[in-house]
Design a protein around this ligand. Structure first.
Ligand code: SAM
Length: 292
């Protein structure tokens, strides 16, 4: 068996520049953390954590003893001023959340905003982020996507939020708790239609990591009689731009043919929708043939 050395027995953390360090931590597997992140956490003057007990597991695992302070959604505004003061006196402060990248559905925005406005140093320590990890394994288009965090828990507000996304052609990404997974998929099926493709990435980087895939109606049925445990990211394929456009221009062509000549109808629609004249002409002939 080959031997690999990931760490020397001890690592000496280099002195840090003063500033705020936004440090991504693992979303499951404790080994998913960068060497640079460990160096920063080991050598910062202070680590601010969403939950000091949760972060203790990671920090103890790597023997990091840096002083910690709780910094969560309920005290973020109140604590921000004192952290800014520390930064202004030249300290290095690392922000971590319970899992993944801080600020991504986690605290930190108020602090980063104020630090930016005051011209303080802010450094990124990139790493795990559930939405990006999910997108990279889901098998849905990954070149154009949008992230929508958690949907509202109440049915009416959730439906309204989904209605606004109905015609969005990007891959849509949501975080969801396992308790609400089934209801959310049902709501998506009602708004987006039964055949929209969906992927649910569960327990990424953990022992029971898996991706459930299918149409919204298929996953709605599966979830109605399966109790899902663990953390989940939902990814829904975008509205089909081409199909939508095709219906729109074909309908307009039909209307134009009612009171205009074939030639002027074709010219009008081809110009309006920036389509090849031949494509519109063929469709116009089809419409005419159907009528006769
Ligand atoms: N800051 C985190 C990030 O960078 O992804 C997200 C924090 S948010 C409060 C927690 C949500 O992220 C969970 O409810 C779940 O939707 C998603 N999540 C976190 N870890 C996950 C994992 N290992 N597998 C799947 N989803 C995960």
């Amino acid at each position: 068996m080959s031997k690999y050395y990931i760490f020397a027995k001890e690592f000496i953390a280099p002195k840090l520049e003063k500033g705020l360090y936004i440090v991504a931590t693992p979303i499951g597997n404790l080994r998913d953390i960068s060497l640079r992140a460990l160096e920063v956490l080991a050598n910062a003057d202070l680590i601010i954590c969403e939950d000091t007990r949760t972060s203790a597991k990671l920090l103890n695992h790597y023997g990091i003893k840096t002083k910690r302070l709780a910094f969560h959604e309920h005290n973020e505004r109140e604590k921000t001023n004192s952290i800014i003061k520390r930064l202004e006196t030249g300290q290095s402060v690392a922000l971590i959340s319970d899992a993944g990248t801080p600020l991504i559905n986690d605290p930190g925005f108020v602090l980063v905003r104020q630090a930016r406005e005051r011209g303080l140093n802010i450094f990124s320590l990139p790493g795990a982020c559930a939405l990006i990890a999910a997108l990279s394994i889901a098998g849905l288009p990954s070149d154009n996507f949008s992230f929508h965090g958690f949907l509202p828990p109440k049915a009416g507000a959730r439906k309204n939020a989904l209605e606004k996304l109905k015609n969005n052609s990007q891959t849509l990404i949501f975080y969801e708790s396992p308790r609400r997974l089934s209801k959310t998929i049902d709501a998506m099926k009602d708004v987006f239609g039964e055949q929209r493709e969906v992927a649910i990435a569960l327990e990424i980087s953990k022992k029971f990591e898996r991706v459930m895939r299918g149409s919204l109606v298929e996953l709605s049925e599966t979830l109605s009689d399966t109790q899902i445990k663990g953390e989940a990211v939902i990814l829904v394929s975008g509205a089909k731009e081409i199909e939508l456009d095709e219906n729109i221009w074909k309908n307009e062509l039909k209307n134009a043919l009612r009171d205009k000549t074939l030639k002027s109808s074709v010219d009008e629609i081809a110009t309006k929708f920036n389509l090849k004249r031949k494509k519109v002409y063929d469709e116009a002939l089809k419409i005419k043939q159907k009528k006769s």
